[in-house]
Design a protein around this ligand. Structure first.
Ligand code: DGJ
Length: 726
């Protein structure tokens, strides 16, 4: 049993395979007692009331708790807890108070979905037990249900919150976090992702200090800038030792992930919808459910924490036909020809794909409306017959006959002011009637809070897919939101727009997944501007970054791997010199770096030398051989490209029989040291044979001494493929 409630002392114990999460009811409050390595028994003694009033009031006539100093599971604003709340509500009488007490609890087998929102799922009831703690504010009649879903084998607990207005008037929810956790100390390092377009998900690690440390987005997307997760570690934790706590939000819009150190040297983590851009009017009898937060703990450092998240996201968040299979080797036309293509050129590239063993060709931006550059036609999702006489069908028939599948690019949430759609429906974009509309990349964003707009998007994409011949869709989103008004909503509901937008988007994606289960959807937002767990529920892979430079990708992939699976990261071999950075990088390095993700090419194969074409042939075959193992195996970060002049990693199959390891020298030093890479996760007693050299090693040698790495040629790399022979 992974959820236990002990009536005698009010203790709730949630147990996963390797850790425990303990709470307790006291005077109606739900207290947090413990989260860490597995423990059992009565934990009542852990609650310590120090009486540190320090200006903070006590509850009820100075007999009750100092709310500001006790560890609460779902802290609310309005009584005497002055820290960041999880829930804030304005009542019909104008008071801003929520005072929740436990009134009941349910323990359920399995895990329910969350209506309209992406969420971790299970394949059978035995994978999860769900605890629902029922709380009530008896003055306002606001009821709150706290959901704790314990996926024992995955070492995962997910949390979300349902708010139910049982009163007879409408209230306004001003903040509704998915989860909060109070820790009784501040000895933490905070790890997060930061970045920008083409430089996403770098890692930042800093000791927690007093004040609020907030990662957030108000951009109408999870964004390139921060990512919706938060990791806390003990100060000396590294990849293989120390405590590591992680929180990942399953949502693609505005979020906040905060950790704050308090006046009493305790810490509070809060994660969920960003209250700076959110309010929700909840009518009498209505319910509101927050997005889900996925939490995990590792007592063995970051490697295990990343494994826990990447495993559950790959196996129990991503869905559909492509979840468990190797993704097709693809070639994307964007860096091959940008807007400069016609059918003839595409057919030539497609023929080359067939010759080189590439399984799928993607026609990127530029096939529709009258789009020859980025200033028009978004919304006009019909083929540009001038460029492509005979339409997409002609190309797909040609390619399919040669055994190559076809993929296609859309940016369905957008509208160009220069488009037939805009001329017909100038009111379909997010806007305020009395304000100018800021364009980003010459485009505006459609108002997905509207059902007619959602239906239009769905039908435009579905119509093209129904014509057949398309196996893959790249779904792009190339600007952030501004002047995000939804004119059909009332004036007091404009702060609902971000959340309603994502409910609209998720509903469209759900319908498309249902109607086209055989199509592989890839998410993109100028690369990784919406690389989040929400999108992974509908699309199992994401174009990781618009920066396709292998050297730059080392950091991006490293940072992304903190919580996301490698199979979610689309990674392509691009041309050299690279189009974004002009780095000149050997083909082998570009391949070694791309191989760990969902693999493809981002170049014009017809422009390659015959030697390079041969490389493409060979590398496509290698990916076909190892792609599934790489997707399902356990990924280990070995050398940190943020802080070292190199990067190294390895992926080990579940049964430890195969290991694919890579090393890239990013900065050469004269008289380099004796660089060696110590692998991780192998069978110490097994003998492994390296594929390219035929050399044999024991697993313990590979892990404890390691393998010699190149030290003399900048941007050169080495790929080791080790297979167990004994
Ligand atoms: C941004 C994407 O990230 C690129 O890969 C490409 O699809 C362009 N958009 C096309 O406009």
């Amino acid at each position: 049993m992974s959820v236990i409630f002990d009536q005698s002392n009010g203790q709730y114990s949630l147990h996963t395979k390797n850790y425990s999460y303990i709470m307790q009811e006291k005077e109606g409050f739900l207290l947090h007692l413990y989260w860490g390595k597995k423990i059992f028994g009565d934990c009542s003694y852990m609650f310590r009331e120090q009486g540190r009033a320090a200006f903070s009031p006590r509850m009820e006539n100075c007999d009750g708790f100092i709310l500001d100093d006790i560890p609460l599971e779902y802290p609310c604003w309005g009584r005497a807890d002055m820290r960041t709340p999880a829930l804030e509500i304005t009542n019909p009488d104008g008071s801003v108070i929520v005072d929740l007490r436990v009134v009941g609890r349910r323990i359920e087998k399995g895990k329910q979905g969350i209506k309209g929102l992406p969420a971790v799922y299970t394949e059978n009831e035995s994978e999860c037990e769900t605890l629902v703690v029922e709380m009530l504010d008896s003055v306002s009649n606001i009821a709150v249900e706290l959901y704790y879903c314990v996926l024992e084998d995955y070492d995962i607990i997910t949390r979300y919150t349902k708010i139910i207005n049982k009163g007879d008037s409408e209230v306004r929810i001003d903040a509704a976090a998915s989860a909060a956790v109070d820790f009784d100390h501040i000895k933490f390092d905070v790890i997060s992702n930061f970045g920008t377009h083409c430089r996403e998900r770098n890692i930042e690690r800093a000791p927690l200090t007093h004040g609020r440390y907030i990662m957030s987005s108000r951009r109408g997307a999870s964004s390139h800038v921060h990512n919706p997760f938060l990791i806390l570690t003990s100060p000396t934790a590294d990849e293989v030792s120390g405590d590591a706590y992680g929180f990942v939000l399953v949502y693609s819009g505005n979020f906040t992930a905060e950790i704050a150190a308090t006046q009493f040297d305790s810490a509070r983590a809060v994660i969920g919808l960003n209250p700076d851009s959110f309010c929700w009017t909840l009518g009498a009898g209505e319910e509101f459910t927050t997005p889900e937060c996925v939490m995990s703990y590792s007592g063995e450092g970051l490697d295990t924490l990343s494994y826990n998240f990447s495993r559950v996201f790959r196996e129990r968040l991503a869905r559909g036909k492509y979840r468990d299979v190797r993704r097709p080797v693809l070639l994307n036309s964007w860096e091959a020809c940008y807007f400069g293509f016609d059918s003839e050129r595409l057919i030539k590239i497609g023929d080359s794909c067939a010759e080189l063993g590439i399984e799928l060709m993607v026609i990127d931006d530029g096939w529709f409306g009258k789009r020859n550059n980025d200033n028009c036609s978004l919304g006009d999702w019909y083929v540009n017959e001038e460029k492509m006489p005979g339409g997409i069908k002609r190309i797909s028939d040609h390619l399919n006959a040669k055994g190559v599948k076809l993929g296609i690019w859309f940016e369905p949430e957008m509208i160009s002011p220069d488009s037939d759609l805009y001329r017909a429906h100038p009111d379909w974009c997010l806007h305020y009637d009395n304000r100018p509309r800021s364009e980003g990349r010459y485009q505006l964003i459609l108002d997905l809070t509207r059902q007619d707009v959602c239906d239009y998007i769905y039908e435009s994409v579905a119509k093209v897919l129904r014509e057949g011949g398309i196996s893959y869709v790249k779904w792009d989103f190339n600007r952030n939101m501004s002047e995000a008004g939804a004119m059909l909503l009332g004036k007091d509901r404009q702060r609902e727009v971000d959340f309603r937008y994502y409910l609209g988007l998720y509903s469209v994606l759900e319908r498309l997944n249902e109607e086209f289960p055989d199509v592989l959807f890839e998410s993109c937002s100028g690369g990784g501007g919406r690389f989040d767990a929400g999108m992974l529920y509908y699309m199992p892979q994401v174009w990781t970054s618009d920066n396709s430079d292998a050297i730059e990708r080392l950091r991006i992939q490293y940072g992304t791997s903190l919580v996301y699976p490698m199979s979610a990261m689309s990674a392509h071999v691009s041309a050299s010199p690279n189009h974004q950075t002009a780095h000149v990088t050997p083909f082998d390095t570009r391949f070694t770096v791309a191989l760990t993700g969902s693999f493809g090419y981002e170049l014009d194969p017809t422009a390659l030398s015959s030697e390079e074409q041969q490389k493409v042939r060979e590398t496509a075959e290698l990916y076909k051989e190892y792609g599934e193992m790489l997707a399902k195996g356990r990924y280990h970060r070995l050398r940190d490209p943020h802080n070292e002049p190199c990067s190294a990693w390895c992926t080990v199959s579940e049964d430890k029989s195969v290991c694919v390891a890579g090393y890239v020298l990013t900065h050469v030093r004269l008289y380099g040291n004796n660089e060696r890479v110590q692998l991780r996760g192998l069978d110490p007693d097994a003998i492994y044979k390296e594929r390219f050299t035929g050399a044999t090693y024991r697993g313990d040698q590979l892990m404890n001494f390691g393998l010699h790495a190149p030290t003399t040629l900048e941007f050169h790399s080495i790929l080791w493929i080790l297979e167990k022979i004994d």
